[in-house]
Design a protein around this ligand. Structure first.
Ligand code: NAD
Length: 414
């Protein structure tokens, strides 16, 4: 990021609410390797300007998503060399780099993905610099928050893209063809995990003409799979649906049984696409090296869970590896490979969240609101989210402090 002399903005307190009146939201150019998305697109800049925000976009921020500086300017943004300096709220896809946080203005708010377990140093820097940091991936997945849910919007993009990644690596067609030279059979694709990404994978593979079967540990996924024209495998295993409709952590015994029952389905598939995940945990291991050995040469396994440990034993994140003629591909950051539409959806999620926190012409997050509270990680020099405390190894300390605070001797409730 280019740096310029940083100016100290004048705080503008609203006399009625006491909140900082709308000053400036900065759109940061991404610097993480391979990140092509941008957290605001001209359409969402227009919405924010209409709501009263001054929007500063770093020059070139949208370039890799094919949004020009001119398009941002037309939407009402001012173009700057450094959006961190002088902004009250910073929007980005990846966390704002730690060094920038140290030089941001006091009391700045950041809205980005934060992944406390992957970026503990960033979370620590946010806390120590008095940053109010919101983590988009922690927005509660309740109905009211669907329009702010980046996990869903980006899973849709990843699910589409992973199907294409498999089709491109298979040395055969996905669709069936009946030609003068004879009939070509359609590819058999097995999708493991039928959540938001998996369902989009199934839909895309079906559009490409493959014969698709799928499995998920949540039986409720069966109807959705069938509605897309795919077969839902009945492995006759007990449901692993946990709280909030998500999969719960499965026992090693369950996973061993699942792998055993899946073996024949995997070995007769041309492409296996794995999308299985358990929130906050390592991805379950579903495909072993032994299973890969039983697959026909030329078959492919594309593992969407590569960045969280992988559903396949041989997956290496960001790499293509070969095992007995079978290609195993573990893509990283697939949404970034479709940067325009991924940015459009991401930016709408972000602007919806920011507008939820904009009241009567002021930036006024209501920390009693389930959505705002649910995704706020640091505030006033404190770590607020359990996932962040765990990532920084501070859960124990906090529990001790809370116990002391609540003890009768400390004046807490008896
Ligand atoms: P996810 O990314 O955490 O997991 C992907 C899928 O992997 C899930 O369907 C899960 O059941 C499956 N899985 C886990 N272990 C498995 C295993 N051993 N074998 C096969 N599959 C396995 O999940 P997600 O896609 O984010 O969402 C899952 C659920 O949450 C769905 O029911 C979805 O409809 C729901 N959801 C609700 C909202 C909302 O706003 N209400 C938003 C998004 C998702």
């Amino acid at each position: 990021m280019a740096s310029t002399t940083r100016r100290v903005p004048e705080p503008c307190l609203c006399s009625v609410t006491g909140y900082v009146a709308l000053v400036r939201v900065g759109v940061v150019a991404e610097t993480a390797e391979g990140e092509r998305r941008v957290a605001a697109v001209p359409e969402t800049v227009g919405r924010l300007v209409k709501a009263g925000w001054r929007v500063a976009v770093e020059r070139g921020a949208g370039e890799r998503a094919f949004y020009t500086d001119d398009a941002y300017a037309t939407a009402g943004a001012e173009l700057v060399n450094d959006a961190v300096a002088g902004s009250d709220v910073l929007l980005s896809v990846q966390p704002v780099p730690t060094l920038d946080l140290a030089h941001s203005q006091p009391g700045v708010t950041t809205i980005s993905m934060l992944a406390p377990s992957s970026f503990p140093e960033t979370v620590r820097a946010a806390r120590d610099n008095g940053v109010t940091a919101f983590a988009l991936e922690l927005v509660p997945r309740i109905t009211r928050a669907q329009a702010m849910d980046v996990l869903s919007s980006q899973a849709l993009v990843a699910g589409y893209r992973v199907a294409l990644a498999a089709a491109l690596r298979l040395p055969a067609f996905f669709p069936m063809f009946m030609t003068a030279a004879g009939t070509v059979a359609p590819a058999r694709v097995l999708v493991l995990g039928a959540g938001v990404a998996g369902l989009q994978t199934i839909a895309t593979c079906r559009r490409l003409g493959a014969v698709v079967s799928a499995y998920d540990v949540r039986p409720a996924a069966g109807d959705e799979v069938r509605s897309l024209g795919a077969t839902f495998l009945n492995l006759e295993l007990e449901s692993q649906e946990g709280a909030g409709g998500y999969a719960r952590t499965q026992s090693e015994e369950f996973l061993r049984k699942q792998r055993e029952l899946l073996t024949t389905h995997i070995t007769k598939s041309d492409a296996v696409i794995t999308t299985a995940a358990v929130p906050g945990r390592r991805a379950p291991l579903l495909v072993t090296a032994e299973m890969l050995g039983g697959m026909r040469p030329g078959s492919v396994v594309v593992d969407l869970a590569a960045e969280t440990g992988g559903n396949c034993a041989l997956t290496q994140a960001g790499e293509e590896v070969w095992h007995g003629g079978v290609c195993i591909y573990g893509p990283r950051n697939l949404p970034s490979e479709l940067p325009r539409h991924a940015s459009d959806l991401f930016a709408r999620n972000v602007s919806n969240l920011l507008l939820l926190m904009t009241k009567d012409g002021a930036f006024a997050p209501d920390f009693d609101d389930e959505i705002v509270k649910g995704c706020c990680v640091t505030r006033d020099g404190r770590l607020l989210h359990p996932a962040a405390r765990e990532a920084l190894g501070e859960n124990e300390q906090v529990e001790q402090v809370e116990q002391v605070e609540q003890s009768p001797a400390a004046g807490g409730p008896a």
